[in-house]
Design a binder for this molecule. Structure first.
Ligand SMILES: [Zn+2]
Length: 140
């Protein structure tokens, strides 16, 4: 599969892989843990395999990369090359996100999304405080 990827695409894939288990999700998890929230990670039997699941609050949290999930923010720009590869791929991600949210809400879950750009220095604290408020509101 890597064979027909351009160099540019490969480096983007690699940065995606690098991000997968590191920064943004960990930031949110650490914060929640410090506030005494207990959660499960990447629950496979829920639609979309949410990054964080808080059963006690019937809440799931997705921590989304702005590029992969097409956030309406300056971090999202279409790659200048290989549009025929990227456009459908990203569109599929967006459609999947919508579908997963629908399925989760049907099952009674509160679905929260944290965007990568909302976790940068300066706004992270406010974002995380907001998330905690949303979670706490939903205590069962
Ligand atoms: Zn963003």
């Amino acid at each position: 599969m890597a064979d027909n990827h351009s160099k540019e695409m490969r480096s983007m894939n690699m940065s995606h892989i690098r991000n997968k288990n590191s920064k943004p999700e960990e930031k949110v998890r650490k914060y929640l843990f410090s506030k005494d929230f207990r959660y499960r990670k990447n629950v496979k039997d829920l639609p979309g395999k949410p990054d964080i699941v808080l059963p006690k609050y019937k809440t799931v949290v997705f921590v989304n990369g702005c590029f992969w999930h097409k956030h309406d923010c300056p971090r999202f720009v279409w790659p200048s090359s290989n549009k025929e590869y990227w456009v459908p791929k990203i569109q599929r991600n967006v459609e999947r996100d919508i579908e997963n949210t629908r399925l989760l809400e049907e099952q009674g879950w509160q679905v929260l999304t944290v965007w990568e750009c909302q976790l940068k220095a300066g706004t992270a604290e406010e974002t995380l405080r907001g998330i905690v408020k949303q979670i706490a509101k939903n205590k069962t």
